[in-house]
Design a protein around this ligand. Structure first.
Ligand code: HEM
Length: 438
């Protein structure tokens, strides 16, 4: 067995904070390797990147997410009792619950809801001097996700929920007071979500069987309903990550601004190009930097031996920018998806591998559908100016966002009579899923 390359004499946490999304990628390039060992937050860790590493990492059952993320981050993203912390049959049962919400009909209903809310809201934007796109879209997504889930919010509740869940997303990568404050807000959201679950179970609140609220409230595992705390966690795990799509849509707006030729191609309704554009936004821009796992059993890989419980970090951002899989990876080029081989391991902004048997993001198809709806709205149903502002994206701020949040001004909705909706006709789910029917 070969000895692992060890990076850094002591702990590398400060280097991680100062290099952010590039931390693993930089070291792999420097040592010409896909795997190295180091210490982070004083603990030994093995860092890996690239398609082969993702295949190893997403081999079903090889890693658990338990003990693989800082507890403060975990509580703001998934939390105790959630699907991500389950393995084997228990994981598959819970994951089915999520995947049952992701049918084409259900996603089309959500996308339509989002379009309607966007159109209504854009009338109001037209009266403003300037709006922050990220904040506006995040609130719209909160509203759309709640309505789709079977929850109507008053305007006051919408502001409150959007603020609380938005703060959880923003603070997921930080430590200290910002993180503690968001954890406090989280307990308010949980209280609200538990109330909803109780109301559905006691039939105080009607919920249509097709809605996520109904599905989660009545989901049974081994014959038993979920505890109301766990059901609330999973309800939040539908709404909050849907709101997080606002980050991708803000990056999409940035791409439309920085690559005006893309906007031109989208202007006249081109479903294939829309699909490539959305995929390229997910590949190119930084979102989840890495994902952690702990080895369930000892195993060998690439001539190295790893003991049970070894902590691993797979570089998601680095794998999406790996020159072995992507020509000119740091160039924004939607057409590259024309020839993409559909691998479940080289394009992993929302994790890789399989959905039911693995931990790949349950909301990936939903993300793609809502991004298509949002991009189409921006490219074909509104005119706006992008005033002077700081649009820089720091790769050391996790999760990343253009610094200004993307302000737009002089907004003018365009009549839909002249539009050709590009995404209305096809559902482009990730290629590998259509092929394998997963
Ligand atoms: C905003 C875009 C999103 C990004 C960047 C994202 C990213 C991710 C990542 C990196 C993982 C971890 C994969 C792993 O553990 O290997 C994950 C898991 C998960 N995501 Fe997403 N996600 C997004 C949107 C969504 C949406 C919209 C939903 C639900 C409606 C969702 C629900 C989940 C769930 C339930 C898991 C846990 C899956 C499991 O452990 O089996 N995500 N996501």
């Amino acid at each position: 067995m070969n000895e692992l390359m060890y990076d850094g004499k002591h702990d590398n946490t400060l280097a991680l904070l100062s290099e952010g999304y590039n931390f693993i990628r930089n070291r792999c390039a420097q040592h010409d390797t896909d795997v190295f060992a180091t210490r982070l937050i004083l603990k030994p860790v093995v860092c890996v990147m690239g398609e082969e590493a993702a295949k190893m990492f997403y081999s079903p059952g090889r890693f658990t997410r338990v003990g693989a993320m800082p507890p403060t981050t975990l509580m703001l993203l998934q939390d105790k009792g959630s699907v991500q912390l389950k393995e084997g049959a228990a994981h598959a049962q819970r994951k089915q619950l999520f995947m049952s919400m992701m049918t084409p009909v259900s996603l089309a209903r959500l996308a339509e809801q989002f379009r309607t809310l966007w159109r209504e809201r854009s009338e109001h934007w037209a009266e403003q001097r300037e709006v922050c796109l990220h904040e506006e879209v995040r609130t719209l997504l909160c509203d759309a996700a709640c309505r789709w889930s079977g929850i109507e919010l008053t305007p006051h509740e919408l502001r409150q929920r959007s603020h609380e869940m938005g703060a959880m997303i923003d603070a997921a990568g930080s430590f200290g007071p910002k993180n503690w404050w968001s954890l406090m807000l989280r307990s308010r959201t949980e209280h609200w979500a538990q109330g909803l679950i109780e109301d559905v179970r006691s039939e105080k609140r009607p919920a249509s069987p097709a809605t996520p609220l109904h599905r989660i409230a009545w989901h049974r595992e081994d014959g038993e309903l979920l505890g109301k705390d766990v059901a609330a966690v999973e309800l939040i795990n539908v709404i909050r990550p849907t709101m997080a799509i606002a980050r991708f849509l803000t990056f999409a707006a940035l791409a439309l601004h920085e690559y005006p030729a893309c906007r031109e191609r989208l202007r006249f309704g081109n479903p294939e190009y829309l699909h490539w554009f959305v995929q390229e936004v997910r590949r190119f821009y930084p979102f989840f930097p890495m994902i952690g796992g702990r080895a369930v059993e000892s195993f060998d890989w690439q001539g190295h031996h790893f003991e049970e419980n070894t902590w691993f970090l797979l570089d998601l951002y680095g794998t999406n920018h790996d020159p072995r899989s992507w020509n000119d990876p740091d160039t924004f080029e939607p057409e590259r998806f024309r020839d993409w081989n559909g691998s479940a391991y080289n394009f992993i902004p929302q994790g890789g591998g399989e959905y039911i048997a693995g931990h790949r993001c349950a909301g990936e198809w939903l993300t793609i559908e809502l991004m298509k709806a949002g991009v189409e709205l921006m490219a074909t149903e509104m005119r706006y100016r992008v005033p002077r502002q700081d649009l820089s994206v720091s790769l050391t701020k996790i999760p990343a966002l253009p610094r200004s949040g993307f302000a737009i001004s002089d907004i003018e909705p365009i009549s839909r009579e002249f539009q050709h909706p590009a995404s209305a006709t096809i559902h482009n789910f990730p290629e590998q899923d259509r092929r394998k029917g997963r």
